[in-house]
Design a protein around this ligand. Structure first.
Ligand SMILES: Cc1ncc(COP(=O)(O)O)c(C=O)c1O
Length: 345
């Protein structure tokens, strides 16, 4: 589907420049969730159909990031999906993380400090160089939530492979607009409620087969079973052989909305979305006299930004005097110009 055609599936109020906080649902997502809620309200259907949306989502996600579906686990948050990876680190292991990393990809490693795991934070630009003999794992966001910086993925992976370190990527701020190859990493975790435009409550992770062998699925329940529908009661332990053993039971209504969102993204294609998003980000930067970048998330310092944006009804994040604006496929030139007018008048 052409991006221009797809844009008709949203009706945002003008001035939403905060997909880095949460994404807006396209029509098929909104309708699927409303239908499920209506069925739930009156007990019209059994729950299995809601559960099947999880499997549709898993398949669509695998296609989107280019990995086998058997290597994808489903959960609810990034930190929850990373927890078993952190728990499997041996005592004394060393982890390197960028210093401004969003804490869902920092606290999972830090809580292991009491077992003797060491965590070092370094500037993002120096992350690849900070990987050395004795580094066991490097964890980073492919796109930083604070400022939209894109990590030098290939360089970090090369350094990690040279020193035998595991590579853990949080692609929450990247997946859906930035094309990338998940299979280069050992773990890629993604929260779906931002650039994948799903309701809050669904997250997915690529877990490389060689890494999975070392992990214990501490949160396993019936949904992690070999056949979930024959895993309701009693012995023995019978977990899935693939990444599904790390699944947690699906938050039904979140997944009902996640499946059509992922399927629509696949139909439009991530490269076209990247071009659209980055062009708008660069229009915004140019309007403020800044040089262009390559990210769908940008930050700029503008005195009085909070009040100026509020007055114009523009919703962007303002942190410590800096505006963080983010642009996705439903964002228009008019949204950008509304923000520019507010910030420059
Ligand atoms: C980079 C990044 N990762 C993860 C999250 C959310 O983490 P969780 O799913 O653990 O709530 C956010 C939310 O802002 C984020 O920006």
């Amino acid at each position: 589907m052409e991006l221009e055609q797809a844009q008709k599936l949203w009706q945002p109020e003008p001035g939403w420049l905060n997909t880095a906080s949460y994404g807006l649902p396209p029509e098929p997502v909104w309708t699927a969730v409303q239908d499920a809620l209506a069925d739930w309200r009156v007990g019209r259907t059994s729950w299995e159909g809601w559960g099947e949306a999880t499997e549709r989502s898993r398949a669509a996600f695998a296609g989107l990031v280019g990995v086998p579906v058997a290597d994808v686990a489903v959960g609810s948050t990034v930190s929850q999906l990373l927890a078993p990876v952190a728990a499997a680190l041996p005592a004394g292991a060393t982890v390197v993380v960028p210093e401004v990393e969003f804490t869902s990809n920092l606290f999972p490693w830090l809580v292991q400090q009491e077992r003797g795991v060491r965590v070092r934070t370094v500037p993002l630009a120096g992350l690849a160089d900070a990987i050395e003999a004795g580094t066991d794992l490097v964890a980073f966001s492919l796109v930083q939530s604070a400022d939209g910086a894109i990590a030098p993925y290939a360089e970090i992976v090369a350094a990690a492979r040279a020193h035998g370190a595991l590579v853990v990527v949080d692609a929450t701020q990247a997946c859906g607009w930035l094309p990338f190859d998940a299979g280069l990493a050992d773990v890629v975790a993604v929260g779906a409620y931002k650039w994948l435009m799903a309701p809050r409550g669904s997250a997915l992770a690529y877990l490389a087969p060689s890494l999975r062998e070392r992990l214990r699925p501490d949160a396993a329940g019936w949904y992690a079973g070999k056949d979930p529908h024959f895993s309701y009661y009693g012995l023995p332990l019978r977990l899935a052989d693939d990444a599904r053993r790390f699944d947690i039971s699906p938050a039904w209504f979140s997944w009902v909305g996640t499946a059509p969102a992922l399927e629509l993204l696949a139909e439009i294609g991530v490269p076209a979305i990247r071009d659209h998003d980055v062009a708008l980000a660069n229009r915004f930067l140019a309007g403020l006299g800044r040089p262009p970048g390559e990210s769908a998330i940008v930050t700029v310092e503008v005195p009085g930004a909070r009040e100026k944006l509020e007055r114009a009804g523009v919703r962007a994040a303002v942190r410590a005097g800096r505006v963080r604006a983010s642009f996705h496929l439903y964002t228009t030139v008019d949204d950008v110009d509304l923000a520019l007018e507010a910030l420059t008048s």
